[in-house]
Write a protein that binds this ligand. Structure first.
Ligand code: FAD
Length: 625
């Protein structure tokens, strides 16, 4: 049947990409349908119940700054919060939260169900309606035809999904969920380049069977961090402890003896797995000289005894998994509640996407999440938000929004994917961003919330909170710049102890913060006649301190960005005839044809495309007029 309503945006898949995509389009006022296999699994964490971490929290905070749900749900579901790299520079600091997976899912569902302009429908999408070179809707497995102006596909690990435990395998989207076979076949008939990747998960363990005596405890930070810019510590549920244990020589021997029944080491699995989240058999094989690996024992939630042993993801046969687990300190009598497994799935060559995440071959069709070759909830959410927003903008007849590498980690992620493609699951790191001093997790709101408001992604509550913070930063800077410490005063004496010498002349507080020995907290209230507001938000103080301390570096990065911007703004037509350019090597021509860059700067970032080749392109562009 033809469904009576038609939509601006249909999103297929209710995982981390799909929920953010649907919410973004709906927030912008687009009539949006979220079509997913199962409403009960909206926002489900397929693997570890944790959000954030290095590089990843930057994405979460950017999604939050643009009005997304992930950080808010983390604050409502997080049962342990920590700031990683707390003693290092602000560019690499990262918030990580262990989440109760039931609370997290409930928070996501609550946000979805309360979003205006958004309808949810439970059924599998089996086909796309394609008219000419444009998508026009989706057909479900029971033949319901939903029509729409745009479609965002976020099918995760489900397309052609195959689950492996030892040499046994079966079709599945993840444990307990069906795969998406009909849609995978349909997509293979379209002109996209498709390949296979794999990922894996560890067995889960019943806490009642674990001996915690002698295991190292790990508690969260105090004061408890928050993930969202709107987050409040009071919203966090009860906080819990995690533990640390280790594999040992015997564990490694058990693994080695099971490799002849490993789907990875017998060639049954063809897809490449995540380099930075390897299985335990991979770690033992690749780092043969290490006789122990760390295992973080993380509770799956407040109302369950299940534990997630982070670090022993495996697809070895179940008998090997059990022996391996029981060889580890604390797990001697452990009961496994769910076996570990690996999953292989289809992903699409991301170089077939535009910056907007629209596919180059089918107009109005956007891809986001794991299907673009990434791994991780945060990478998926970031792409989902961008694809949902751009699908919405297209439906409204507006230009796409494509954040640049110097504006957001979302820009870095998309540019890396569509410029270089990927041969293995891509995860975000701070080292991937060349302007990481500008792209910090603490300033994602200052970088993006105004843009989000302009696009219609940011509601009045978030906007008011943001404006208040921005104004408070300006006010506090002004106060610090106009508050002085005189030599010989009581304040100066206090400072002399920290500086190991007396003040030579009068200083304002802003200049004092620039000194390496001093921070905001040391100077903020030195002058009792002009102290900071008693309710000054700690995020405001942090922002002022970072801005002042790193002003020189930040200014240099901004200058470099300005210099490169001209190339960033020089478009390359998608039908540009690279074969006709004399002087380009065949190898460079092939690389440009494979990627079809959208701008001159993107062409320059393709590995193997030299500055000389970029100059040639520029000359040809000028000739073309
Ligand atoms: P998903 O979260 O997979 O969501 C896809 C959604 O689409 C699901 O709701 C599904 O039901 C729905 N769907 C699919 N096809 C259809 C259809 N035809 N019609 C309707 N609905 C459909 N990430 C890491 O960072 N580290 C890890 O160690 C890690 N291990 C993993 C282990 C396993 C076993 C799995 C399955 C995933 C693992 N991941 C890991 C990946 C992580 O789960 C994903 O990166 C993330 O969930 C991707 O989000 P997504 O929205 O793209 O897809």
């Amino acid at each position: 049947m033809d469904y009576p309503n038609s939509y601006d945006v249909i999103v297929i898949g209710g995982g981390h990409a799909g929920t953010e995509a649907a919410l973004a389009a709906a927030r912008m006022g687009c009539a949006t349908l979220l079509l997913t296999h199962n409403i009960e699994t909206l926002g489900q964490m397929s693997c570890n119940p944790a959000i954030g971490g290095i590089g990843k929290s930057h994405l979460v905070k950017e999604v939050d700054a643009l009005g997304g749900a992930m950080a808010l749900a983390t604050d409502r579901g997080g049962i342990q919060f920590r700031v990683l790299n707390a003693r290092k520079g602000p560019a690499v600091r990262a918030t990580r939260a262990q989440a109760d997976r039931v609370l997290y899912k409930a928070a996501i569902r609550h946000i979805l169900e309360n979003q205006a302009n958004l309808s949810i429908f439970q059924q599998a999408a089996d086909d796309l309606i394609i008219e000419g070179e444009r998508v026009a809707g989706v057909v479900t497995n029971t033949g319901i035809r939903f029509r729409s102006k745009t479609v965002v596909l976020t099918a995760g690990t489900f397309l052609g999904g195959k689950i492996h435990i030892g040499l046994d395998n079966h079709s599945g989207g993840r444990a307990g969920d069906p795969p998406s076979i009909a849609l995978a076949q349909r997509l293979r008939e379209l002109p996209f380049r498709v390949d296979r990747l794999k990922t894996g998960t560890p067995p889960r363990i019943d806490a009642k069977s674990v001996n915690f005596d002698g295991l190292e405890q790990q508690w969260g930070d105090q004061p408890i961090p928050v993930m969202s810019y709107l987050g409040r510590r009071e919203d966090h549920p009860q906080q819990v402890c995690c533990w640390i244990t280790h594999t040992n020589e015997r564990s490694h021997e058990i693994i080695r003896s099971g490799l002849d029944r490993s789907p990875m080491y017998t060639g049954v699995i063809e897809g490449i797995g995540p380099r930075y989240c390897p299985s335990i058999e991979d770690k033992v094989h690749r780092f043969a000289d290490k006789n122990s690996h760390q295992v973080f024992i993380e509770p799956e939630g407040l109302n369950t005894h299940e534990l997630y042993p982070n670090g022993i993801s495996t697809s070895l046969p179940f008998d090997v998994q059990l022996n391996l687990v029981r060889s580890i300190k604390g797990f001697e009598n452990a009961h496994i509640t769910r076996p570990g497994y690996a999953i292989e799935y289809d992903f699409f060559e991301p170089r077939d996407l535009k910056y907007s995440l629209e596919t180059k071959f089918i107009g109005g069709l956007f891809f986001a999440g794991q299907i673009n070759g990434t791994t991780g909830y945060e990478e998926a959410a970031a792409q989902g938000l961008l694809a949902g927003a751009n699908a919405g903008l297209q439906a409204q007849g507006k230009e796409a929004w494509c954040p640049r590498r110097d504006e957001a980690y979302i820009g870095v992620l998309v540019d890396d994917l569509i410029t270089m493609g990927t041969r293995e699951p891509y995860r975000m790191f701070t080292s991937r961003a060349e302007y990481r001093l500008l792209l910090r997790e603490d300033n994602a709101d200052l970088r993006l919330t105004e843009k989000g408001r302009e696009l219609g992604l940011v509601d009045d509550i978030r906007w008011a909170a943001f404006c208040e913070k921005r104004e408070a930063i300006v006010r506090e800077r002004q106060r610090l710049a106009s508050t002085w410490v005189q030599p010989g005063s009581a304040a100066a004496q206090q400072l002399a102890e920290k500086l190991d010498k007396p003040l030579s002349h009068e200083y304002n507080l802003l200049d004092l913060i620039k000194r390496p020995e001093l921070g905001y907290a040391d100077v903020a209230n030195l002058n009792s006649e002009n102290t900071a507001d008693s309710d000054l938000n700690e995020a405001v103080a942090e922002q002022v301190e970072i801005d002042v301390k790193y002003a020189g570096y930040i200014a240099r990065q901004k200058e470099e960005i300005e210099r490169l911007r001209r190339h960033e703004e020089t478009p390359l037509p998608l039908d540009f005839d690279y074969r006709g350019i004399e002087g380009l090597s065949n190898e460079v021509k092939q690389k440009l044809i494979d990627t079809r860059p959208e701008t001159l700067a993107q062409a320059g970032r393709i590995p193997g495309v030299t500055p000389a080749a970029v100059s040639l392109l520029l000359i040809y562009l000028k000739k073309r007029g």
